[in-house]
Design a protein around this ligand. Structure first.
Ligand SMILES: Nc1ncnc2c1ncn2[C@@H]1O[C@H](COP(=O)(O)OP(=O)(O)O)[C@@H](O)[C@H]1O
Ligand SMILES: [Mg+2]
Length: 228
């Protein structure tokens, strides 16, 4: 396996509950997500997609196995505050339900990660303008989420994920709430930005549209990788 990965899973295993309630949500998954590559995680509902993404994003810790960053650091060996810093600086998240703050404009929503990083105001403004353009919303920055279509809201979600210039973007069913035409344009945008910005993108979906665009497919079935 090449060392050119941004994030890798090594024998990732996550068990929930014990005894009669024991669930092996993930049962030893290996893979590498490379910069500039779109890695799609697919599989039926309950197959472990969200569990895998949570382990990779540092939102959860594995029962055994490791999530390893490109620089060799193992997420589960780090403290909560170290993981939080990595999440803020190096990982962008895109959510199925967009996750926007309703009382904030698109611009203000996109600024949130930079405020958490104490980015100076001038640089913040420049970066927000840049990502608004990247997602094709240059003239919509003043609008609040309810004044935007679902597809536009997800563009704001993508802009917010990219504004800290993360090496890794994780998206859990990002088009799950969009109609198929809008979903296709969001998929195209994610694919284009992944290549253009050299991001390692890991996207869970059961949308076959995205599978055609994937550089790598991880297919899960009952917590195990079955092909791809
Ligand atoms: N916090 C939890 N407690 C107990 N079981 C869980 C928990 N999270 C997920 N599971 C179980 O793990 C399995 C995989 O779930 P999930 O990763 O959400 O699948 P997917 O995202 O592919 O639908 C399912 O059987 C689910 O019920
Ligand atoms: Mg899920």
């Amino acid at each position: 396996m090449s060392a050119e990965y941004a994030l890798a899973g090594r024998g990732l295993h996550r068990q929930f509950g014990s005894g009669a309630n024991e669930v092996h949500a993930l049962a030893g998954v290996d893979f590498e997500a490379k910069p500039g590559a779109l890695t799609v995680v697919r599989g039926p509902s309950g197959s472990g997609k969200t569990t895998l993404l949570n382990l990779l994003g540092g939102l959860d810790r594995p029962t055994s196995g490791q999530a390893v960053l490109g620089d060799g650091r193992v997420l589960s060996d780090l403290s909560e505050s170290e993981v939080l810093a990595i999440r803020r600086e190096s990982i962008g998240y895109v959510f199925q339900s967009f996750g926007l703050i309703p009382v904030l404009s698109a611009t203000e929503n996109i600024e949130v990660p930079l405020r958490l990083l104490d980015t100076p105001a001038k640089e913040r403004d420049e970066r927000v303008a840049e990502v608004l353009d990247l997602v094709g919303l240059g003239r919509h920055g003043h609008q609040r989420p309810y004044e935007l279509s679902g597809g536009q809201q997800q563009r704001v979600g993508i802009a917010r994920a990219l504004v800290s210039r993360p090496r890794i973007v994780i998206a859990d069913e990002p088009t799950g709430q969009l109609d198929s035409t809008t979903a296709a344009t969001i998929m195209d945008l994610l694919t284009q930005l992944t290549h253009q910005e050299s991001i390692a993108a890991i996207v869970a979906t059961h949308d076959t549209l995205l599978i055609d665009r994937a550089d790598e497919v991880i297919e899960l079935h009952q917590g195990e990788r079955v092909s791809g």
